[in-house]
Write a protein that binds this ligand. Structure first.
Ligand code: SF4
Length: 240
């Protein structure tokens, strides 16, 4: 069993300074070099941002690790982009599932659409279907790479290129913090990166099918997620 590589608070501060304003590829390369390619992984939701990172990660190391969470409530289009990504890059994207007994108990107690009835129910569903499987997977890693951008929401405006994830006990690497939507799509088109076709049908941010809807042009890109909740509640707990 491999032991976790430790990184001190001082080292994190030093590298935060070093990586501020650096290109996304440089941030990923730093993480691969610092921890080793098999000790970090991209937690991919198959979003446009995560697809960009997959493309970069695969070009940086042939040992790239990518995993995704299958909540059991995803769109077919999301499985389709998962498959196209596996085929294009010839990588095995690990699929992590929630605990069957916990899902059964929740659904049998509160129904399949519990998330619409209260924030508490919604968080319970996200916890069982996403957060707990993520925690389990992260416990085997030294760092996880995410596609978060500072511009994404009020809850993400103070992101750093690297941050200590105290909830999960490992480093979080955010190579795209300075990117905007246009840069993501320019990269995807230029590099022929597979993407979820729902993006062409008005879905800027795609999660589970019952909790995601299309938005109108000009609307906030997060307004299609958990649209029945106030903006300050709109996190699934993956990025607390
Ligand atoms: Fe459940 Fe919706 Fe969260 Fe998916 S996004 S885990 S369906 S509450």
């Amino acid at each position: 069993m491999s032991t976790k590589k430790r990184i001190s608070r001082e080292e994190i501060a030093k590298y935060q300074e070093l990586l501020e304003g650096k290109a996304a590829e440089d941030i990923i390369r730093w993480a691969v070099d610092f921890f080793g390619p098999t000790r970090i992984a991209l937690a991919s939701s198959l979003s446009a941002e995560d697809q960009v990172i997959t493309d970069m990660l695969v070009s940086i190391t042939p040992e790239a690790k990518v995993f995704t969470l299958d909540t059991g409530r995803l769109f077919q289009e999301t499985y389709d982009v998962l498959e196209r990504t596996r085929l294009k890059y010839k990588i095995n994207i690990e699929v992590c599932f929630p605990d069957t007994a916990a899902v059964e108990e929740m659904v049998n107690e509160k129904g399949p659409n519990l998330f619409y009835y209260s924030v508490e129910n919604r968080k319970q569903c996200c916890s069982i279907r996403k957060v707990q499987p993520l925690r389990k997977k992260l416990s085997s890693l030294d760092g996880w790479v995410c596609g978060l951008k500072r511009e994404q929401s009020v809850t993400r405006s103070d992101l750093q290129a690297i941050e200590w994830d105290g909830n999960n006990g490992l480093l979080k690497i955010n190579p795209l913090i300075h990117w905007n939507e246009q840069q993501v799509w320019d990269y995807i088109k230029k590099n022929d990166v597979p993407y979820n076709f729902l993006h062409d049908r008005g879905f800027p941010s795609i999660g589970c099918a019952p909790c995601t809807r299309a938005v109108k042009p000009g609307e906030d890109i997060r307004s299609g997620r958990w649209w029945w909740e106030l903006p300050e509640y709109k996190e699934c707990g993956l990025h607390k």
